[in-house]
Structure formats: structure tokens, C-alpha cells
Ligand binder design. Sequence first.
Ligand SMILES: O=C(CO)[C@@H](O)[C@H](O)[C@H](O)[C@H](O)COP(=O)(O)O
Length: 229
Amino acid sequence: MEFMLDTANLQAIERFTQAFSINGVTSNPSILKKEGKIDLYAHLKKIRTMIGMEKSLHVQVVAKDFDGMLKDAEAILENVDREVYIKVPVNEVGLAVIKELKKRGVNVTATAIYTQIQGLLAIHAGADYIAPYYNRMENLNIDPQFVISSFAEEIHRTNAKTKILGASYKNVAQVTTSIDCGAQAVTVGVDVVEQFFAHPSIEKAVEDFAHDFEEIHGVNQTMSSKLSM
Ligand SMILES: O=C(CO)[C@@H](O)[C@H](O)[C@H](O)[C@H](O)COP(=O)(O)O
């Protein structure tokens, strides 16, 4: 599994990279908006410095037409670095852009995927990652499990290099279900990452162990103190 952070918040990236071996950071204009009026490229470069060149950084184009999207892509590659994965929404123009970017040897993440046909076409166009929007699909009564499984089958059947990057999660079960359905990668926002260890039994176990240790060895004793049983 590849695990990515779906945030552009520098503190969150710093915090979670201590605990998790992340594979990358994903963003979109709405995620970047949460950081306020930032100097866009300086901010993205800071993220790159924090995660290093060996992790993937995904940045989305904003233009809606073919030439505009290609110009956006070129600006991102120029101003951040040439390893960035350019995120392109999968519609008719987006697919043409994906094909063109792949012809130019650019890393591409096909995004805003709600339907089976969008993902299948993006695999066919040679996208490196395809990002199905799990929670948004559920909201629309589209079955994300069926759709992700079908992408996994298609990738297997055609020996495609594309990886499924599950996105738009609102709870932990959606993340683990995506992986069960064959997603090779997931990108998870801060609110859901914070739920990973929110189960009360985890904290209770830690507290109980500490309490039992303290009862035998006394308060303020640690494993590195001189201890007797
Ligand atoms: O597509 C990717 C990664 O490629 C994500 O950054 C993706 O844009 C986000 O997960 C979604 O837009 C967030 O969706 P939501 O939380 O607003 O439903």
C-alpha cells in the first residue's frame, strides 16, 4: 500500500511524517485554499523540501480548456519541479490533456473520478494514478467498491502501470475498504488520519499497562529506573 496525505498544511505534514512512512502529498485548489492567501509555488516547494524528491507530490491544474491545462501543467513543473504529478480531472478535455502530458513524459494523476467509465478511460490514456472519490461516490449512490474493484481488474487484465489512488475519505472504513478492493494507494485528509487511533480501547490498553507498572514499581518509575519485581 502507498499512503499519502491529502493536505497542504505544513504543520500536519510535519506531524504525520513523524509517525507514518508516507509516499506522497496530494492537493487540489480547495485543499490549498484552506491555507489562506499563500505564495502558491513557494508553499508547494516547502512541501517538496519537507517530503523530499523520492515522495510524490500531486498538484492540480485549474484551467478548463486544453491549452490552458497544458500551460498550468508547464507552470507547475517549471515553478515547483519536474517530478510533480500533474492532476487532471477526467472529462473529455482532461483525457486529451492526460494523453498529451504522457506523450511528453510528465507524471500524471487522473482525478475527479466518480464513475467506472472515467477510470477505465484514464487507465487506457496511460495515467500513472487514477483517483476515485470514494465518499463523493457514495453520496451519489455510486458503488465505490464495485468501481474500484473494476479498476483493479482492468489494471491486472491489461498489465497497465496505472495505480488506483483512493481519495475523498470521510472515515477509516472507506480507506481500508478501498485497499481491500484493490487500491494500491490511498490519500487521506487530516480529519480521517486523526481517527486512525481514536478507538477508546487503544488508549485504555496503554493506560492499563501504565497503571499496572506503576502499582508494582511506584509513581515516577520508568523502565530505565532500577526496578524490582
Ligand atoms: O484527487 C486527489 C488526489 O489525487 C485528492 O486530493 C482529491 O482531490 C481529494 O481527496 C478530494 O477532492 C477531497 O474530496 P472531499 O473531501 O472534498 O470529498
